[in-house]
Design a protein around this ligand. Sequence first.
Ligand SMILES: NC(=O)c1ccc[n+]([C@@H]2O[C@H](COP(=O)([O-])OP(=O)(O)OC[C@H]3O[C@@H](n4cnc5c(N)ncnc54)[C@H](O)[C@@H]3O)[C@@H](O)[C@H]2O)c1
Length: 271
Amino acid sequence: MKDKNFFDVKNKIIVIIGSLGILGRQYVNYLSNKGCTIIIGDHDLRKCKELSDNINKKNGCISYPLEIDVYDEKSIKLFYNSIYKITKKIDVIINNFQVKPDGFYNDFDNYSKDTLMKVIEGNTVGTVLSCKYASKYFLKQGYGNIINISSIYGIVAPDQRIYDGSVNPYDDKIKFSSPVSYGLSKSAIINLTKYLASYYREKNIRVNCLTPGGVFDDHNNEFLENYNSKTLLGRMAKKDEYCAAILFLCSEASSYMSGSNLIIDGGWSSI
Ligand SMILES: NC(=O)c1ccc[n+]([C@@H]2O[C@H](COP(=O)([O-])OP(=O)(O)OC[C@H]3O[C@@H](n4cnc5c(N)ncnc54)[C@H](O)[C@@H]3O)[C@@H](O)[C@H]2O)c1
């Protein structure tokens, strides 16, 4: 008998929201080599189209660019409606986005309610709404698979000491830290995952969460040394080191998994 390929995602429709970011682009590229159709969702349609054209050419696959703004409920509803119209089914959704409004990196003492609410609205409420509108189609078709993305800072508080002397790789004029809004919004994603796994318990809708640790993205040496010393593997993750975990969660390899949080953090949270 031929071995079953548990990791087969051929002909699956996989939706990635937050496709244009550091990790989103990795997932799009990796999965598009596996014979599935990718919906490239993000809030900049022009860039979604660019990425879609590139990978369709490079990997000979099918992907569709589609605009979604996770702050806008109508946009989320329309997003899933449009996908279903094109593909007639949705197998997997990956809620991979994160928002960084003005003031995102501010210190706790100066954190404005407005910024706090914007981060929670984007990261947490956006994920709730994405799950809600995707599930309408999951219930209709009788199956579904939701992958939410949390963070190491959804399970432990950031060790603020590692940011001393570090430069912000995303904007060197802004102090680098992990702000209060991020961990709050990301811990809620883990609870949401468990809530939905229970809510949809016998509806053939699986809901799981991936919790990644920090990815190396040109951080300065001081930060890198501090970060590395906090992990058991002594380093940050490479950009492609969550791809296989995403494939596992998308495929039948994880068929008996629901309500779980897969932590991949180089051992950071084990000590
Ligand atoms: N990179 C890391 O070190 C790391 C570590 C732990 C967890 N994570 C998590 O992994 C996920 C991906 O991380 P990343 O580093 O690739 O993030 P990123 O900031 O590079 O990408 C985030 C994506 O979300 C999109 N986005 C922002 N606002 C949006 C909106 N209103 N509507 C739709 N899309 C919007 C952005 O355009 C971008 O493509 C995030 O959820 C993040 O919290 C990342």
